[in-house]
Design a protein around this ligand. Structure first.
Ligand SMILES: Cc1cc2nc3c(=O)[nH]c(=O)nc-3n(C[C@H](O)[C@H](O)[C@H](O)COP(=O)(O)OP(=O)(O)OC[C@H]3O[C@@H](n4cnc5c(N)ncnc54)[C@H](O)[C@@H]3O)c2cc1C
Length: 271
């Protein structure tokens, strides 16, 4: 990123506004285009259900630019703020601005919302299927279940383009290795021939293309499983078909689309 891409003033972002009610408390840039950020409200953070999202925004002139993001942190740990997992969409209207914000910058956060939440007391195997940053709500779900002392067996299938984009690998592989959380993490790389992915020995192909094989290998009973799908809408349509073909009933498939199918980045300032 160039210097101006890291300067919120270069985007016209106001440093202060009476409606700002949170700060960017921390950020970790995992790659040039993937960051984990912690948004801390200046008053007591509103509680949330794992799977919900918050809308964060900044003011540019008279206009608000804002977008919803799934919360990745545990719903039982509000003290550190809301952890979010963001992808920089080049040409996007909001994410270039969000990525320009330094730690300590003020912004606005709207209260948590959303119905993409866990069913109570569901003892089925949980299939957490995502593309890219769509893994975020599933991290929150497992962290919260772990904090409650009621972990549910989970299989994470996550599709990304590059090995370096595999999100939350340390956490999820760590859970599998230690047995702390009964999770199996199966990332898949959609561009195995790209030199950046040289040496990758795991699954390849888009996430929907590995569903039936991965679930078969793990002996998943379709009548004892519930699936949550999150991320790219095209992936969700295709993954739903694969799950049905594997034998999951419709009521066992839950979805969160990150944008409407067929939509491209706008690059436009919006109110
Ligand atoms: C409920 C909900 C939760 C969401 N949670 C997250 C999240 O946790 N992390 C996250 O990164 N995004 C998430 N999104 C998407 C996010 O709200 C924005 O759409 C995204 O950050 C792009 O904003 P933008 O203004 O830069 O792009 P826009 O100018 O609005 O362009 C949008 C276009 O960018 C592309 N795009 C959008 N999101 C992504 C993405 N994540 N990866 C690749 N391409 C994308 C698509 O082509 C989409 O049509 C969520 C969306 C919804 C509806």
């Amino acid at each position: 990123m160039s210097g101006s891409e890291r300067d919120p003033a270069a985007f016209g972002i106001l440093a202060s506004d009476p409606a700002y009610n949170a700060v960017l408390a921390a950020r970790i840039d995992d790659t040039e285009t993937l960051a984990r950020v912690w948004i801390k409200p200046t008053s007591v953070p509103a509680p949330f259900e794992p799977g919900q999202y918050v809308t964060i925004g900044v003011k540019v002139g008279e206009k608000w630019l804002q977008r919803p993001y799934s919360i990745a942190s545990s719903a039982r740990d509000l003290a550190g703020g809301y952890e979010l997992y963001l992808r920089l969409v080049r040409g996007g209207a909001f994410t270039p601005l969000a990525f320009s914000l330094p730690v300590g910058h003020a912004l606005r956060v709207l209260p948590p919302k959303g119905r993409f939440t866990l069913q109570p007391d569901d003892e089925r195997v949980h299939l957490f299927i995502s593309s890219g940053t769509g893994i975020a709500p599933f991290v929150s779900m497992a962290r919260t279940l772990l904090a409650d002392g009621r972990p549910r067996r989970a299989i994470y299938l996550n599709g990304v383009s590059y090995v370096s984009d595999i999100g939350y690998a340390e956490l999820l592989h760590g859970w599998s290795a230690s047995g702390e959380y009964p999770a199996t993490y199966v990332p898949t790389i959609s561009r195995p021939n790209d030199p950046a992915n040289a040496g990758w020995t795991g699954r390849t192909g888009r996430v929907e293309s590995i569903i039936r094989a991965a679930l078969g290998d793990l002996s998943v009973d379709p009548n004892g499983a519930v699936a949550y799908l999150c991320g790219n809408p095209d992936m969700i349509v295709a993954a739903e078909q694969e799950l049905r073909a594997y034998g999951l009933p419709d009521e066992a498939i839950h979805k969160e689309l990150y944008w409407p199918a067929g939509k491209q980045p706008t690059g436009a300032i919006e109110s």
